[in-house]
Design a protein around this ligand. Structure first.
Ligand code: PMP
Length: 445
């Protein structure tokens, strides 16, 4: 038996031995259709020739040189390629090794920015309930996912959490989606005023919420109102696009569809497409300038910042993501997947909501479709769906319901951008089987 430390100590997982396009093959030759790229990571599938070639070439040049002494062509080119397509006003790229490292860096940069400007009181980050920004203690403090936080309370930092923008659950029956978006955003202003604007450094949110809610886009206008509020009170806007960025929702940056300009944006997962552990925090020229003319030093860093192998892989990924036909392809496949899900589950008694954007879609399962009452947590419906889907050779991303007993179990789908039409049909067939098997295990009709 191996001495590896598994996440679930009782689980015996198969070995993945090969990746082929949209499929992962295990040691027994079983093929799994990867409809979630792990956690929205493998956006180019599992055997991308351009990334493999870029990695081989980089390895032949140099694998690592510490950024205390050197920069590298790969890191510089990646930064330039990202800034060329990033939202207006963003000008600097800080390359790290994971999503949590991007959000940690963003929190620290936001705080240091205010310090550099002589605003030493602005240390508070406001985020949202039922959010996830990473598992390190700073990022965990920002996240509002109780299940992940509770064992580690008290957390390092005192942060506020406002209600998420979640129309399926919180929009009033007679309220328009737009009015709801404004109302949900106004919760930020209320919280800023409650804690004192002079104490708030930044607001952090995912444009399309992934792991904790299952591909939930904000209501139209929500982020525009959020931007207005941030500007009014001198609060920085950090968008966590670790999961929803890099084309996942049909635009390279998810914020493009919201028509807002973040001060800091965090990307990871799809940036390396699984070929290297890599993330990037991209900040505005204004923030960078404050550091430049202030202390001249970002008080942060990790050994593997700007790692040349990671940067080389990410550069090869970004080149493909920015090719002319990539976003249309994602949107076309996403529309097909959405249409099939809607067709298949339109009358399903336990599918309450089908949502998402691009190739980032989610289904919310509820006990009662009319009242939206979720399944009781003890049923562990999401865990059953995950197990049954895996048995049917489908990898998807089910998660349990949380917050005030209101949220249902959900299943998130994030297939690779190379997914073929026939594979999209297979995803829906296998998912339907897995959901129905899981419901019958629990004795549900
Ligand atoms: N932010 C978001 C929105 C995420 O979905 C995740 C990972 N699920 C993270 C941050 C943390 O990324 P990582 O696991 O690479 O540290």
């Amino acid at each position: 038996m191996s001495h590896i430390f598994p996440r679930h100590t009782a689980m015996r997982l198969p070995r993945a031995v090969k990746g082929e396009g949209s499929y992962i093959i295990d040691e027994n030759g079983k093929r799994y259709l990867d409809a979630s790229g792990g956690a929205a990571v493998s956006c180019l599938g599992h055997s991308n020739a351009m990334v493999r070639a870029a990695l081989h070439a980089q390895l032949d040049e140099i694998a690592f040189a510490h950024t205390a002494y050197f920069t590298s062509a790969a890191a510089e080119e990646l930064a330039d390629a990202l800034i060329e397509v990033a939202p207006e006003g963003l000008g600097r790229v800080y390359i790290v090794s994971s999503g949590s490292e991007t959000t940690e860096a963003a929190i620290k940069l936001a705080r240091q920015y205010h310090l550099e400007k002589g605003d030493s009181e602005r240390s508070r980050i406001i985020a949202r309930k039922q959010s996830y920004h990473g598992n390190t203690l700073g990022a965990l403090s920002a996240g509002g996912n109780m299940w992940r936080r509770e064992p580690f309370e008290p957390l390092l930092l005192d942060m506020s959490h406002i209600e998420p923008c979640y129309a399926y659950r919180y929009k009033g029956v007679h309220e328009s989606l737009e009015d709801y978006g404004i109302r949900a955003a106004n919760a930020l202003e209320n919280e800023i005023l409650r804690v004192g604007p002079e104490t708030v450094a930044a607001f952090m949110a995912e444009p399309v919420v992934g792991a904790t809610m299952g591909a939930v886009p904000a209501a139209p206008g929500y982020f525009r109102r959020i931007r207005e509020i941030c500007d009014k009170y001198g609060v920085l806007l950090i968008l966590d696009e670790v999961m929803c960025g890099m084309g996942r929702t049909g635009t390279l940056f998810a914020s493009e569809a919201e028509h807002v300009r973040p001060d800091i944006v965090c990307i990871a997962k799809g940036l390396g497409a699984g070929y290297q552990p890599v993330g990037a925090m991209i900040c505005s020229d204004e923030i960078y300038h404050a550091i430049e003319v202030g202390s001249g030093y970002f008080q942060h860093g990790h050994t593997y910042v700007g790692h040349p192998m990671a940067a080389a892989a990410a550069l090869a990924v970004v080149k493909q993501l920015t090719s002319a036909d990539m976003m249309p392809r994602i949107n076309r496949s996403g529309e097909k997947l959405m249409a099939l899900l809607r067709e298949r589950f339109a009358d399903h008694p336990h599918i309450g909501d089908i949502r998402g954007r691009g190739l980032f879609l989610g289904l919310e399962l509820v006990w009662n479709r009319d009242t939206k009452e979720p399944f009781v947590p003890a049923v562990r419906l999401h865990a059953r769906i995950k197990k049954n889907a895996f048995e049917h050779g489908l990898i998807c991303y089910p998660m349990g319901g949380t917050i005030d007993g209101k949220h249902g179990d959900h299943v998130m789908l994030a297939p690779p951008f190379i997914v073929e039409d026939q594979q999209i049909e297979e995803i829906v067939d296998r998912l339907e089987q897995a959901i129905n098997d899981s419901l019958s295990e629990t004795g549900m009709p």
